[in-house]
Design a protein around this ligand. Structure first.
Ligand code: SF4
Length: 313
C-alpha cells in the first residue's frame, strides 16, 4: 500500500525520529509566512474542513504502524496548517486508542486555538509546538500575512488560555528575522506575552534553508544567544541543526528516488540532511539527486554556504 500522506521517518532536529503525517493539501494555510519552506500559500483560509479524508489517513496509518516501526513521534505537519483539517481529532484519537505506545506531536501556527474542536484535538497530543513570530500587528502583517479574519490579539489570548489547560510538552517556536521582529520593543512584547503562558520551553529559530522571500535573512548564532539571554529566566533553547540520530533505511533500493522526492517535496534539504534522513551513502544519494535534477524534478539553491535541493515548480 502507498502512503501519500505519510513521510519519512525523518530525523527531526526537534523531535528525533519522526513519522510525518500531512493532512492538508498543498499549500493551504491560515498564514502566508515570508519564511515558509513550503512556498507561497495558494489557499489562504481559516475554513476548517476535511482537506484530506480522515478515513484515508487512518487507513494509511493502520497499514504503516502494523509493521511496528521504531519512532520517537508521529508528527502532524507538512503542506500547510494541520488544525485546518476538521478530522484532526478523529485521527489523533485513533492513534491514541489503537497505538497508545506512540507519542504524537502537533506542529501548528497557533491561529485556530479559539476553536473548541481544535483545542480538544490539541489536548490529545503528547507535544504541541505552536509558532509565534509576532506580537505586534506590524510584524504579524509583515511576517505572517494572515487570512483576513485571523486576529493577532485573539490568537495570543487563545494560546495563553490553551497553555494553562494543556498538560503535555508545549514548545513555543519563535522565528527570528533580523531587522523585522528583533527590536528591543518587539522582544519586550515577546517576553511579556510568553511570561503569561505555561510553556515547557521557547525554541529560538531562524532561517537555515530557502524560504518564500529572499528578503528574509538568517540571525547569527551570537544574535540568537543575545535574545535567549534577554528572555531569561524563561526556559529558552536555540534549535541547532546538529542534534541528530541515525535512521535505518529498510526500504528496497528502487523506492529511494520516490522517498527522496517525498522528503524534498515537504521542505528544502541539503545532501547532508538527506544522508541522515535516509541513512544512504553519499555516492548513492548524489547519483539519485543527479537523476532527479536531470529529469527536471528538483533544483538546487544556495543559502549561506549550503546547497539546498527543492522541488522545481
Ligand atoms: S510557515 Fe507554517 S504557518 Fe507559515 S505559511 Fe508556512 S505552513 Fe503556514
Amino acid at each position: 500500500m502507498k502512503h501519500p500522506h505519510l513521510f519519512g521517518p525523518v530525523n527531526s532536529r526537534r523531535l528525533g525520529i519522526s513519522l510525518g503525517v500531512d493532512i492538508i493539501t498543498p499549500k493551504t494555510c491560515s498564514l502566508d509566512c515570508t519564511y515558509c519552506e513550503c512556498g507561497v500559500t495558494t489557499n489562504l483560509t481559516s475554513e476548517r474542513k476535511e482537506y484530506v479524508s480522515s478515513k484515508e489517513i487512518i487507513s494509511e496509518l493502520d497499514d504503516y504502524l502494523s509493521k511496528k516501526p521504531v519512532l520517537d513521534y508521529i508528527t502532524f505537519s507538512g503542506s500547510g496548517e494541520p488544525t485546518l483539517n476538521s478530522g484532526l481529532y478523529k485521527i489523533v484519537n485513533h492513534i491514541k486508542t489503537f497505538y497508545p505506545h506512540y507519542k504524537t506531536a502537533l506542529l501548528t501556527n497557533g491561529t485556530l486555538f479559539h476553536c473548541e474542536d481544535v483545542i480538544n484535538a490539541a489536548l490529545q497530543f503528547d507535544l504541541v509546538a505552536p509558532s509565534m513570530d509576532a506580537v505586534t500587528e506590524r510584524s504579524f502583517r509583515l511576517i505572517n500575512r494572515p487570512a483576513s479574519d485571523i486576529s493577532l490579539v485573539k490568537m495570543l489570548q487563545s494560546l495563553i488560555s490553551f497553555s494553562h489547560k494543556y498538560t503535555g510538552t508545549l514548545l513555543l517556536e519563535l522565528f527570528i528575522i533580523p531587522g523585522v521582529n528583533d527590536s528591543d520593543e518587539e522582544l519586550a512584547e515577546f517576553k511579556n506575552s510568553i511570561t503569561q503562558m505555561k510553556i515547557t520551553r521557547v525554541q529560538l529559530n531562524s532561517l537555515d534553508r530557502p524560504g518564500t522571500e529572499k528578503s528574509v535573512v538568517t540571525a547569527s548564532p551570537d544574535r540568537l544567544k543575545q535574545i535567549a539571554h534577554y528572555l531569561a529566566p524563561l526556559p529558552v533553547e536555540i534549535i541547532s541543526r546538529n542534534v541528530l540520530k541515525t535512521v535505518q533505511n529498510s526500504g528496497p533500493i528502487e523506492e529511494t528516488e520516490e522517498k527522496i522526492l517525498s522528503l524534498i517535496k515537504r521542505r528544502p534539504v541539503t545532501l547532508h540532511d538527506l544522508s541522515i534522513l535516509t541513512a544512504l551513502p553519499l555516492e548513492q544519494l548524489s547519483a539519485v539527486i543527479s537523476t532527479l535534477e536531470h529529469k527536471g524534478e528538483i533544483k538546487r539553491t544556495a543559502v549561506e554556504n549550503n546547497i539546498f535541493f527543492q522541488i522545481r515548480t
